[in-house]
Design a protein around this ligand. Structure first.
Ligand code: NOJ
Length: 865
């Protein structure tokens, strides 16, 4: 008999599957797009689940079975297309494979780089790694492998086996000597298995503003994917947090393209160093969850290039293997069917050599292959339908010349090349996850955790931002008594995996959001456990009250304590799960579980009230931020399985806070430049016009003179820093004559050319100026500062007043002065010229500031260009 736990887990999976399915269509070939119907997004998942089972139950292990991909007797008239039955090759779709860039490596600025051996972590990015030779070698091997493949075999390389038909969330079948691929979520841990680490979320990693820690997190995460035999890790996620309420913002790196780009760059270098393929997702403009498969993000070309595409450019420069196109439409064409974004920007402009996979069920037709889609995931038209737009349909299209065989060769070559490029042909571990059978002992065969708990604790502490600290309330110094108030301080009532994909109302500490961007917790340290253990060292009296709803009791409990610490949170996630009416996106920007009232109730009784916030993104904290009894605010983000220990490290000063906000905390929700677009009918495509253009987050607040509560880049320390001695030094690196011509052209006001790899070219990205300055620790304790460089373009450029273009970190003992350095490239100073379709230097003086946040400038200069 099926036990209750197994049954509830299965129910949860059924919910997930139902909600992820786009339609119940059972067409056996490509369906007309009019037959497409919207997803059911109103599922509430409250079922309890856990996959950390130590007992083994009989399970059926499903091996990867390909969807029907072969067809030997295709009758052209029997194949449906998006415009009706196909009777003849409908048109010519010219296709030219994009060659790998051929520029000779110029070390040290442009060293030939193998992804398993990335450049060392710099304090800034003054090395431009050159992955082209590695790609070229991999292409050679891939081309030989497919030389004798049939059309059907090549198609099978591009077609996932279908949802829940394999061990991983995505599976490419074995084809001849190619063993196939396991593709697995998520950006913060290996999903759907046991003995893995729940790393701090992307938003927490970004809050560290620390390249070394971001790289280390990527590497450790990659090592866990590798240990479990996963070929392709489905991260990092780099959407932009355009809308503060966006449900999946926490999976990404905040609301600034430069910070997101650098975090993506370091994460990918780390992930791929481990030997796994990284996936840059979701390309592009999937900025809200509501109607994500039914909205057109309408974005102008300049905004697309400068804001949303930039992190993908940096991903390509990090040598990323795969890119996942998103569910939404971009300017009225589905992202996975959008030639402009897939082929023109990504493959032509950025010179991307890897492959584009669809998000799960995001392929909209067979001709997407021509637009630039290389792989359809999970393979089926709608998850679980057993039908596919690739497979037999793609075979037919190639056989009747609708899609050229050269294009199919390119698709298969890119996928196999990425496998060779990552050296996965050399003794790769077997897959030891079984995503859809949590009781399969296979999930426990490999313990991938290593000592990653230490890194998790460090990243979570470094990603914590101290927002307020009055009268040295923090760090705690042997307090006589502490009371912990709020459910967010506690372990979750029914265990760390009380909801499938974390998709339920959190009953304890919030350490990640919900959806596919999650992993199962192997364990989870709550603040309650961590603080109580630490407080014993001082023999402090510790009490607690986890009931958010009894405000009188919370206030009374706070009366006798020397320190009252209130824990509040705010959750969000992916649209296939609805939690308390939040359909992925947050309904509002206020704390969950009456958090504001709880803080006020405690602050009314205790004049040393410290607020700890675990939130997926910005909150409006006006009700209590200025309350005189609220002495400190600790913005603890989403800390993963060491969340409680990291909070202890900040509260007690074992880690001097160095995190900085990766987004703006506003005074009013309406102060933000973009809001969710809601409504829409079951069949309409919702228009989301990005009318704010370049002015997202702090760029908007600056331009509109809106005072935020805490600005982008803000964060306090237990010490203080002073800045001095600004020096700008031109860097004269030698390049070949072709690059010299391009440099001359740029200096004369010309735009970068329209060519393969034009936006990632060496001359554009090599360091042009080195900016150095001194930072002195003028306070009482050792600490790290994050100096930030903001460019101010001349008014004629039409740019926001200040835009982040550099940051570094420097750690100093009291009284010590150190020199910090940030390099700037021509790309950093350029704007996208929509007429000339290239990067160009604006006319006029380009100024910059070095500061401690986007509004706290300490040194100013101009670039001599
Ligand atoms: C859909 C999500 O959008 C994507 O991020 C994820 O990787 C796939 N599902 C696979 O689970």
């Amino acid at each position: 008999m099926m036990g209750p736990t197994l049954r509830t887990w299965l129910l949860a999976v059924v919910h997930v599957v139902a909600a992820q399915s786009l339609t119940n269509s059972t067409f056996s070939s490509a369906v007309p797009s009019s037959a497409w119907s919207p997803p059911n997004t109103s599922t509430t998942t409250t079922a309890s689940s856990s996959s950390s089972f130590l007992t083994s139950l009989p399970v059926t292990t499903t091996s990867a079975t390909p969807l029907p991909a072969t067809t030997t007797s295709t009758t052209l008239t029997s194949v449906a297309t998006e415009t009706g039955p196909l009777t003849w090759p409908i048109s010519e779709y010219p296709f030219t494979p994009f060659p790998t860039p051929t520029l000779a490596p110029i070390p040290p600025v442009y060293p030939e780089t193998d992804p398993l051996n990335p450049p060392p972590i710099g304090t800034d990015y003054n090395v431009v790694p050159d992955f082209a030779p590695a790609w070229a070698a991999a292409y050679g091997k891939a081309q030989s492998m497919i030389a004798n493949f049939t059309i059907e075999q090549k198609v099978n390389i591009t077609t996932g086996v279908g949802w829940m038909n394999g061990l991983c969330v995505g599976n490419i079948p074995t084809v001849a000597n190619f063993p196939g691929l396991c593709l697995q979520d998520s950006p913060l841990g290996v999903r759907f298995t046991d003995f893995v680490t729940a790393f701090p979320a992307g938003i927490t990693a970004a809050s560290t503003w620390n390249r070394a820690l971001i790289r280390a997190r990527g590497l450790a995460l990659g090592q866990e994917f590798y240990a479990k035999g996963v070929n392709v890790g489905l991260g990092p996620m780099m959407n932009m947090g355009r809308v503060a309420q966006g449900g999946r913002n926490w999976e990404g790196f905040g609301a600034d393209p430069f910070l997101t780009g650098e975090a993506a760059y370091e994460t990918i270098l780390g992930l791929q160093q481990s030997g796994i393929q990284a996936t840059a997702k979701h390309y592009i403009n999937n900025e809200q969850e509501w109607k994500r498969t039914q909205e057109s993000s309408n974005v102008d070309d300049r905004t697309e290039h400068e804001i949303y595409a930039h992190p993908f450019l940096r991903s390509v420069m990090a040598g990323v293997s795969a890119v996942m196109c998103s569910y939404n439409l971009v300017n009225d064409t589905y992202a996975c069917n959008n030639y402009k974004i897939l082929s023109d920007i990504l493959k032509r402009e950025y010179g991307f050599q890897g492959y584009v996979m669809s998000d799960w069920g995001a392929t909209m037709n067979t001709l997407s292959a021509v637009a630039g889609l290389d792989m359809t995931m999970a393979g089926d038209i709608t998850l679980g339908s057993g039908t596919t737009y690739f497979g037999a349909n793609l075979t037919a299209y190639v056989m009747n010349n609708t899609v050229s065989e050269a294009r199919l060769d390119d698709m298969a070559t890119r996928i196999i090349a990425a496998w060779y490029y990552m050296h996965q042909d050399q003794g790769y571990p077997n897959v030891t996850v079984d995503s859809f059978h949590p009781y399969n002992p296979l999930n426990q065969e490999v313990n991938a955790q290593s000592n990653h708990d230490q890194l998790v604790r460090q990243v979570a502490a470094a990603g914590t931002v101290l927002l307020k600290n009055e009268g040295n309330a923090l760090p705690l110094t042997k307090p006589k008594s502490i009371v912990l108030v709020g459910s967010d301080a506690a372990p979750p009532v029914s265990g760390p995996n009380e909801y499938a994909d974390q998709g339920g109302d959190p009953t304890g500490i919030l350490a990640m959001g919900w959806g596919s961007g999650t992993t199962n917790f192997t364990y989870l340290i709550s603040p309650y456990e961590a603080i109580q253990a630490r407080a014993r060292e001082d023999q402090t009296t510790v009490s607690w009250d986890f009931d958010n709803w009894n405000l009188d009791q919370a206030g009374n409990d706070a009366i006798p304590a020397e320190v009252a610490i209130v824990f509040i949170n705010s959750d969000s996630g992916e649209a296939y799960i609805t939690v308390d009416g939040n359909v992925g996106d947050r309904k509002n920007l206020t704390a969950w579980h009456e958090g504001d009232q709880l803080v006020l109730a405690v602050a009314a009784q205790n004049n040393n009230t410290i607020v700890v916030v675990n939130s997926v993104g910005p909150l409006i904290i006006e009700p209590w931020v200025d309350h005189p009894n609220v002495t400190a605010i600790v913005w603890a983000s989403l800390g993963g399985n060491e969340a409680g220990n990291a909070i202890v490290d900040i509260l007690y000063g074992a880690w001097n806070p160095s995190g900085r906000l990766p987004y703006t905390i506003a005074k009013n929700a309406s102060d933000y430049p973009a809001q969710l677009v809601l409504g829409g009918t079951a069949t309409d495509i919702l228009s989301i016009d990005y009318t704010e253009g370049l002015y997202i987050d702090y760029r908007w607040f600056d331009a509109q003179n809106i005072t935020p509560r805490y600005e982008f880049g803000y964060g306090l320390s237990y010490t203080t820093f002073e800045y001095s001695q600004l020096v700008i030094t031109p860097i004269d690196a030698s390049v070949d004559s072709a690059q010299e011509d391009l440099i001359q052209n740029w200096e004369n006001g010309g735009a970068s050319p329209i060519a393969e790899g034009s936006s990632t070219a060496l001359w554009l990205h090599m360091p042009l100026f080195q900016v150095t300055f001194n930072v002195e620790n003028t306070g009482p304790v050792y600490g790290g500062e994050i100096p930030q460089l903001y460019v101010h373009h001349p008014p004629s450029a039409g740019e926001p007043p200040s835009i982040l273009k550099g940051f570094t970190n420097i750690e100093l003992v009291p009284g010590q002065t150190g020199q910090a350095s940030i390099t700037i490239s021509r790309y950093d100073l350029s704007v996208w010229d929509v007429v000339r379709q290239g990067w160009a230097k604006p006319n006029g003086t380009i100024g910059f500031s070095i500061g401690a946040s986007s509004r706290d400038f300490r040194l100013n200069g101009t670039f001599p260009v």
